[in-house]
Design a protein around this ligand. Structure first.
Ligand code: AVJ
Ligand code: FE
Length: 439
């Protein structure tokens, strides 16, 4: 009945908050105080900023707005407003120190669990199906992935640990044909979908082929060996300008020794694994590879159709494999492993058309700019999505090994500048079907 359903939702929300906090605690507890306050890269905040910012967002939305309680630390709002200070400037701010930051997030969390226990979880849109709590869970998990990227940029002995990913397996043909026609894109019913995923709407594509797997290290190394980084034919004008200005010769964290490539990940240097998806490439590199391969990147619409459309029923699924939540058999998510898994490692996660590893492993660059869908409405704040709409950002889809399952829906949209490589981004290719070619 209704009361039981509300109690179940409350338990679920508390469990998700606790799970996110366990991860934040592990990521910030793995290093000493010096490493917490240090800036490991101009592109990233000090880890201690992320930690207190997680607490501050939680305070703003759940303690003050939803709970209507007195502020815990109104005096620090400005320090942890991401729009007030660029990441590069954050180490110079009078931030909370490591012990203070831990105390602060703990105090906020205690109040939030109190607010949750008393909340009717209905009555205003922000509370509907626990949205505000879900938004804060996702906010924390997204910053946890950002902190994982900071760990990847950190220099020093390894501090994070995880079992290796499962072995690869057969994946069938290299590409599949997705039929032309409309499908339902986006969602109006996913409880925790963020504003930019809404509303559900009909979108259409022509017939296209899409790779059944992300592009592997082995395939990408062929592009390098073929002189891809030195040949302007493969690059857009902006891409060619960038590859020269930044002296790019290989994915970030790759180094050559003789004729072999090595890769450093989380403090461990090892030979590049041929059948793992390539990771830490920017949009320009993805686009150049695709052109070299005689293909192109998928649009965002094509990516979502490949990930959700079930030709047998005409329905859009929640995930490529169906409507059930991800498990460790479906996808490489949640920092369960510290690298992408070899292609074919998740046969249970394949789509109806046989496309593998759309969810998890690596974020996938699409050729689309980040824009609101027709019918987009800001909810609950413009600084989550709307202020980023426009031609400056490219959309990435699917989530990485560092993305939590609370975030990695097949409608979820990520975005970044086309030059960025510190995120866990790779790609897969697509191409138009020949005229007359049909499934
Ligand atoms: C959706 C990953 C681009 O980290 O900038 C975190 C998520 N928004 N805090 C980001 C986010 C506000 C966002 N991305
Ligand atoms: Fe944030």
């Amino acid at each position: 009945d209704h009361d039981t359903a509300v109690e179940d939702l409350r338990d679920h929300l508390a469990a998700q908050l606790t799970r996110a906090r366990r991860r934040s605690t592990a990521l910030t507890g793995a290093v000493d105080d010096h490493d917490l306050v240090r800036q490991h890269s101009e592109l990233m905040s000090p880890l201690v900023w992320d930690l207190a910012h997680i607490g501050n967002q939680e305070e703003l939305w759940l303690v003050r707005d939803v709970g209507g309680r007195e502020p815990v630390r109104q005096d620090i709002d400005e320090l942890y407003d991401a729009f007030k200070h660029a990441r590069a400037a954050r180490p110079e701010l009078p931030l909370l120190g490591p012990a203070e930051a831990r105390g602060y997030v703990g105090e906020v969390r205690d109040k939030v669990l109190d607010v949750l226990a008393a909340s009717p979880l209905e009555g205003r849109r922000l509370l509907d199906r626990g949205f505000a709590f879900g938004m804060i869970v996702q906010h924390e998990q997204q910053h946890d992935e950002t902190m994982l990227a900071t760990h990847q940029l950190r220099v020093g002995p390894p501090v994070l640990d995880a079992p290796p990913p499962p072995r690869g397996g057969p994946v069938g043909p290299a590409e599949v044909l997705v039929p032309a026609g409309p499908f339902t894109m986006g969602t109006s019913t996913e409880a925790w979908a963020l504003d930019n995923e809404r509303p559900a709407h009909r979108a259409s594509t022509g017939a296209f082929h899409i790779d059944t797997t992300p592009v592997t290290n082995a395939a990408y190394a062929e592009f390098i060996a073929d002189g891809g980084y030195r040949d302007p034919r493969w690059w857009s004008e902006a891409g060619w300008a960038h590859v020269r200005a930044a002296s790019l010769v290989a994915p970030r964290f790759w180094a050559r020794e003789g004729d072999r490539w090595f890769r450093t990940a989380f403090g461990v240097t090892a030979p590049v694994v041929p059948d793992q998806p390539v990771v830490h490439v920017c949009y320009h590199e993805a686009e150049a590879y695709a052109k070299w391969a005689g293909k192109r990147l998928p649009t965002e619409v094509e990516w979502e159709k490949a990930a959700r459309f079930d030709p047998a029923t005409g329905r859009s699924r929640r995930y490529p494999w169906g409507d059930e939540e991800p498990t460790g058999l479906h996808a490489n998510l949640g920092q369960r492993h510290l690298s992408p898994a070899p292609v074919g490692a998740y046969p249970a996660g394949a789509s109806p058309l046989g496309v593998h590893q759309l969810i998890g492993d690596v974020w996938e660059w699409t050729s689309s700019d980040f824009r609101g869908y027709v019918g987009f409405e800001v909810f609950p704040y413009a600084e989550y999505s709307q202020v980023f709409f426009g031609p400056d950002y490219k959309v990435l889809r699917g989530g990485s090994f560092g993305t939590d399952e609370a975030v990695a829906r097949s409608t979820f949209r990520n975005w970044d500048y086309p030059i960025r490589r510190q995120i866990f981004a790779g790609f897969r290719c697509a191409r138009d079907a020949e005229p007359g070619e049909s499934a």
